[in-house]
Ligand binder design. Structure first.
Ligand code: SF4
Ligand code: SF4
Ligand code: FES
Length: 246
């Protein structure tokens, strides 16, 4: 399917969204709640673009991360209208996370006026939802979107150490604003008010997982888990293949 992006004709793949097509061709569109691992959520609206569809007179605005290309549309990724809307979104998000360095950069980039901050905890969270998706992807539901309106935030139930949490830190790694605090020393990791024992790779000696993560892998696979980090697991596998193919 051929589409026009900013006047340039491009070939879209089957089922591809406007955002994915643009990212594949290095056409920048800001996106806060999209991640290649989960696709678009349509939550932050930062990825809005102007769309001209066949047979329609007026352009309309769509979230490019959730718009699958199914006809020969024309897309404008930057326009006065788009910029104005993104600036408003940044202005509102900055009320939640006014001191976050990444948010400050966006405020500057879009020239967003500053509004009085909304007092929420954690002060860096922009409610993009990526951490929830990461947790679900890991097979857990340890964190939730709690409360409503300006009180809304991501947390464990009652802010207590959740049985469901295995301390994998996938949620923290995906968070675009580093809102999820992780503390580590030589032997432990603390995240979401819960402390975990770290397990060292039996080959290279580097910490690579928590004890709970390994237990979870063991339970869900039904197999003994060799305590090796990804790098050493691949090395061991390659050595075994060489050994048995001699
Ligand atoms: S650290 Fe806990 S909350 Fe975060 S992804 Fe892992 S299991 Fe979920
Ligand atoms: S904690 Fe981070 S990943 Fe989770 S919703 Fe807030 S900004 Fe998004
Ligand atoms: S990236 Fe599309 S709505 Fe957030």
């Amino acid at each position: 399917m051929k589409v026009k992006i900013n006047g340039q004709e491009l070939e879209a793949r089957e089922g591809e969204t406007i955002l994915e097509l643009c990212l594949r061709h290095d056409i920048p569109i800001p996106h806060l709640c999209y991640h290649p691992a989960f696709g678009g959520q349509g939550a932050c609206r930062m990825c809005l673009v102007e769309l001209k569809e066949p047979g329609r007179v007026n352009n309309r605005l769509v979230a490019s991360c959730t718009y699958p290309i199914h006809s020969s549309v024309e897309v404008t990724t930057e326009s006065e209208r788009v910029h104005r809307l993104r600036r408003n979104i940044v202005m509102l998000l900055a009320r939640r996370a006014s001191q976050n360095p990444w948010m400050k950069e966006l405020v500057e980039q879009y020239g967003a006026p500053s509004l009085p901050p909304v007092q929420t905890e954690p002060a860096d969270c922009i409610l993009c939802g990526l951490c929830n998706h990461a947790c679900e992807k890991m097979g857990k539901t340890a964190i939730w979107s709690m409360f409503r309106g300006i009180e809304k935030r991501i947390a464990t139930p009652y802010d207590e150490a959740a049985d469901e949490c295995m301390g994998c830190a996938a949620c923290a790694q995906i968070c675009p604003t580093q809102a999820i605090k992780v503390e580590e020393d030589a032997a432990t990791r603390t995240i979401w008010n819960k402390k975990f024992e770290l397990v060292a790779c039996r080959r290279c000696g580097k910490n690579f997982a928590t004890r709970e993560q390994i237990e979870y892998m063991r339970e869900s696979s039904g197999y003994e888990v060799d305590e090796l980090c990804d790098h050493c697991r691949k090395l061991t596998l390659a050595q075994n293949v060489r050994h048995y193919s001699r």
